[in-house]
Design a protein around this ligand. Structure first.
Ligand code: ADE
Ligand code: ZN
Length: 325
């Protein structure tokens, strides 16, 4: 599994931080983060809302562009080790300079330089997607979208929304998404991780994403699955995350196979791998064990991810070649 070329379209940059990396930064900066770790050194949380607050506590030690450059290196090393050849990572001006456009430029520049170095050293390509944080509210989302619109280009290619899906409505965030779309950012949005099929449909209507983060609760409604299949909206499915956070009780109950069989275009990602004790190799292993997926299915998945990737055609051609040989 390790050697299969993989693409990952749904990875939170801070959420991919190895716990030891965060502990190291905390020690350097004299921040006491002991409360967010288990005795064995892994992240400690109980349920989704608590996970979000532990995530934000861990992120608090990332305080400069240099810290984000080091984070980028650590994250891409981990991904390349798992056979990932292309990754899209969610980054947030909320955490990078407090939504100040000029500060954000410096953070993004540092992330980009580290990503380019990692590409030269390890052959892994990265693109960045700015995500606003839903529970921070619509006003901050607009400021975030402005940061994204000001820095759109061949590295920063997308805009999306993470955070607590039960807070606010898609309408609240329409202005931010419209601004991003007008700036020609590609659009994705977390929806259907916690929200029901009705709220997924509303997200599709109002925010018009071409991909959905998770989207797995669409499997509860055959008509919605048909809509997704017909429109070609791609799901960024993170099965290990869903099991760890209790979206589904276990791997056998995960709807990814039902969605795929209904013609919905699915891809596989890890979301926040160290938080969920996972990685791309583990996801592939569990999918093979649970659903009998073989190399042919994984190749189909990788090619779907290339089609859905927020990058230029030349990069896509290069990625397809690596998958097909
Ligand atoms: N931020 C980091 N991980 C997330 C998840 N699984 N859902 C929503 N927001 C997130
Ligand atoms: Zn996510």
């Amino acid at each position: 599994m390790k050697d299969l070329p993989k693409l990952e379209l749904h990875l939170h940059h801070e959420g991919a931080a190895p716990p030891a990396f965060i502990r190291g930064l905390a020690a350097e900066k004299n921040v006491d983060l002991s409360g967010i770790f288990e005795p064995d050194g892994s992240y400690r949380f109980d349920g989704f809302t608590h996970f979000l607050s532990v995530y934000e506590a861990a992120t608090s030690v990332l305080q400069s562009p240099e810290d984000y450059a080091r984070l980028t290196r650590a994250v891409l090393e981990q991904s390349a080790e798992a056979g990932v050849i292309y990754t899209e990572s969610f980054v947030s001006p909320d955490f990078c300079g407090g939504r100040d456009v000029e500060a954000w430029r410096d953070y993004l520049h540092a992330i980009r330089e580290a990503a380019e170095q990692a590409e030269r050293d390890m052959g892994i390509t990265m693109r960045a997607i700015v995500t606003c944080i839903r529970h921070f509210g619509p006003e901050k989302a607009r400021e975030t979208a402005l940061c994204a619109a000001e820095t759109v280009g061949d590295f920063l290619t997308g805009f999306g929304m993470a955070g607590d899906e039960m807070k606010g409505t898609p309408e609240d965030f329409a202005y931010a998404f419209d601004m991003a779309r007008e700036a020609e950012l590609r659009i994705t949005c977390h929806s259907g991780e916690w929200g029901d099929p009705k709220s997924i449909a509303r997200t599709l209507d109002v925010l018009r994403p071409e991909r959905l983060g998770h989207g797995v609760r669409a499997a509860e409604d055959p008509r919605l699955m048909e809509r997704l299949a017909e429109s070609g909206v791609v799901l960024e499915v993170c099965p290990g995350s869903n099991v760890a956070l209790g979206v589904v009780p276990d791997w056998a109950s995960h709807p990814i196979e039902r969605l795929r069989r209904a013609g919905v275009r699915v891809t596989v990602s890890t979301d926040d791998p160290p938080f969920f004790h996972t990685g791309m190799v583990r996801e592939y292993d569990r999918l093979a064990d649970t659903f009998g997926w073989d190399e042919e299915v994984f190749r189909e998945l990788a090619l779907t991810a290339v089609d859905a990737a927020f990058c230029d055609d030349e990069t896509k051609t290069r990625l397809r070649k690596r998958i097909e040989t």
